[in-house]
Design a protein around this ligand. Structure first.
Ligand code: AVJ
Length: 311
């Protein structure tokens, strides 16, 4: 049964264009409806999904050194803040003057921030519910100097390297005097480790990927039948990225408000890329974006890096 589209005309047009492309694709931002955000939180608890816990280990081990390099009193702009937990765990060390969490999922954010404000009454907090993936301007209520952009979790991996440079250039231009960036980056490693992290035994990542179809049904009034699709995820060594796809189990036709597309059996809808870097390849990317010095902290296995760069 089809419903009417609940997304804006722009959202419907964007998703339609991807579905109608020669190689059909959708933006990974559509993985995150209410259930998708919860499934992602569950992914972070999986034994196979090493990034979250490895990054937390790096912050626990080197947080004091990071705070030393960054200094207190910054305006901490948290990109993709979600439940704000990662930034909050750094407050005691970083002691920011202002905290600006930004997230596409506004409701999730507002609730988290009101709880946080009670715990840290001295930090001025300004929550922004917006999609920053195509660049953004910060409102006047955000202090304009010493902005520290915080972009943990390897979310930068969703951009291609070219897109990442453009995005990082935008951050650098907005950082203000004495500003900077603290970013988490997932590193290239044995492909079996990477594959398992995106295709776990419990099937939580499969559910996370498949849930996008339910979200699309809601947004564009489509009639995707989740049971007709299969999760696929693998490391593409040539392009240094994990690719997630949804593969048609059978020949089928998807219909939505204003369009339709036939998928042959085995044909794929590309739902996400997650680029992996070496320490050096990411530092080079930062330099291309105009960032100056970079200090790099890693875990003992070199699976993940946290990098501080000055604007
Ligand atoms: C939120 C983009 C960092 O790429 O590892 C996790 C998303 N996708 N499992 C990642 C994701 C499948 C995640 N990021």
């Amino acid at each position: 049964m089809r419903q009417r589209a609940h997304g804006s005309a722009a959202v419907v047009a964007e998703i339609s264009a991807g579905l109608l492309a020669a190689k059909p694709y959708t933006s990974p931002k559509y993985l995150y409806d209410g259930l998708g955000s919860k499934l992602f939180e569950a992914i972070c608890e999986l034994p196979e999904y090493y990034p979250t816990r490895t990054e937390a280990g790096i912050f626990a081990e080197h947080g004091a050194a990071m705070a030393q390099a960054i200094g207190t009193g910054t305006t901490l702009v948290d990109l993709g803040a979600g439940n704000c937990a990662k930034a909050a765990s750094l407050f005691p060390l970083l002691q920011p003057a202002q905290y600006v969490p930004v997230d596409i999922s506004r409701d999730f954010l507002t609730e988290a921030v009101s709880r946080l404000q009670q715990r840290f009454p001295d930090i001025e907090m300004t929550a922004l519910g917006l999609d920053f993936s195509n660049g953004f301007a910060l409102p006047d209520s955000v202090r304009s100097d010493r902005r520290l952009f915080f972009y943990p979790g390897s979310s930068i991996g969703n951009f291609s390297p070219e897109q990442a440079v453009a995005f990082l250039q935008g951050l650098r231009a907005n950082a203000g005097a004495d500003g900077g960036l603290l970013i988490g980056v997932d590193l290239i490693k044995d492909s079996a480790v990477l594959d398992a992290a995106y295709d776990d035994a419990l099937g939580v990542t499969a559910a996370f990927n498949l849930n996008m179809l339910r979200h699309l049904n809601h947004l564009i009034g489509a009639d995707f039948d989740v049971g007709q699709w299969q999760h696929r995820a693998f490391f593409n060594e040539t392009d240094s990225r994990i690719e997630m796809h949804l593969e048609a189990r059978t020949a089928l036709t998807v219909r939505w408000d204003g369009g339709e597309r036939h998928f042959a059996r085995g044909e794929r809808l590309h739902t996400e890329d997650s680029y992996k870097y070496t320490r050096q390849s990411f530092v080079t990317l930062l330099e291309r974006a105009g960032f100056a010095t970079a200090q790099v902290w890693t875990d003992p296995s070199n699976w993940f890096a946290v990098i501080h760069a000055r604007a």
